[in-house]
Design a protein. Structure first.
Length: 200
C-alpha cells in the first residue's frame, strides 16, 4: 500500500504533489509545462527510451531516436488538449502519463477524457509510481467537473498495466483481437472505462 504524503504547491503555475514510494523514496508527481528546461525534456526522453526498449506498450516498438522523441514531447507539451504529468526523483523523470481532453469537434463525447501513454522507467517499477500517476490524472479529470468518464486502451500483453487499471476500478468493456502488430504477430487490446460521476 502506498503511503501518501500529498502536498499541493504552485511554482509558477506548476502543480506538484509529493508522495512516498513503497520503499520510502520521495517522488514528485507534477504537471510538465511548455517552459520546461532542456534538461527535463532530455530526462523524459531517456525515460521514454528505456520504457520502449523494455516493451512498455507504446505505439513505438523500437525507439525512434533522441531527435524524434524531443520533437514528440515538445509537441505534446504545447498541445492544449493534453495534460502531461511526470513522476520525478530529484528532477529526473522516472515515469509519465497524459490526460487527453476532448476536442471541440467531439461535442457528443465532451464528457470523456482519455488516459494515454502511462509508463514507468524499468528500474523504478514495483514502487507504486504508476498508481501515483494514474491518481494524478484522475484528480485532474475530476477538477474539470464536466469530465465524468475516463477511457483507455491497453495491449493484452501488458499484464501489469491491466492489473493496475482493474485495481483502480476501470471496467473492461471490449476487446480488439487485432489491436497491435509486433514482429508480425497480432496482439489483442482491451478497452476500459471508469465513471467519475457520483452515480458510478
Amino acid at each position: 500500500m502506498i503511503v501518501s504524503t500529498w502536498k499541493r504547491k504552485l511554482f509558477g503555475g506548476t502543480e506538484m504533489k509529493v508522495q512516498e514510494t513503497k520503499q520510502g523514496e520521495q517522488i514528485e508527481v507534477r504537471r510538465f509545462r511548455t517552459d520546461e528546461s532542456g534538461h527535463n525534456i532530455s530526462s523524459l526522453v531517456e525515460c521514454t527510451k528505456a520504457a520502449i526498449e523494455s516493451g512498455g506498450g507504446f505505439g513505438w516498438i523500437i525507439s525512434p531516436g533522441d531527435e524524434a522523441l524531443v520533437h514528440h514531447w515538445t509537441k505534446v507539451t504545447h498541445d492544449e488538449y493534453s495534460c502531461l504529468f511526470c513522476a520525478c526523483d530529484n528532477s529526473v523523470v522516472v515515469g509519465s502519463v497524459q490526460l487527453l481532453l476532448p476536442q471541440p469537434k467531439n461535442e457528443a463525447g465532451g464528457f470523456v477524457g482519455e488516459v494515454s501513454t502511462l509508463f514507468v522507467h524499468p528500474q523504478w517499477r514495483g514502487r507504486g509510481i504508476a498508481s501515483m500517476l494514474l491518481e494524478a490524472v484522475e484528480e485532474k479529470a475530476r477538477s474539470f467537473n464536466w469530465m465524468t468518464q475516463l477511457n483507455l486502451s491497453v495491449r493484452q500483453t501488458q499484464t501489469s498495466a491491466l492489473g493496475l487499471y482493474l485495481k483502480h476500478r476501470f471496467q473492461r468493456w471490449g476487446i480488439n483481437p487485432r489491436y497491435a502488430c509486433v514482429e508480425g504477430k497480432y496482439i489483442a487490446g482491451h478497452y476500459m472505462s471508469k465513471r467519475l460521476d457520483s452515480s458510478a
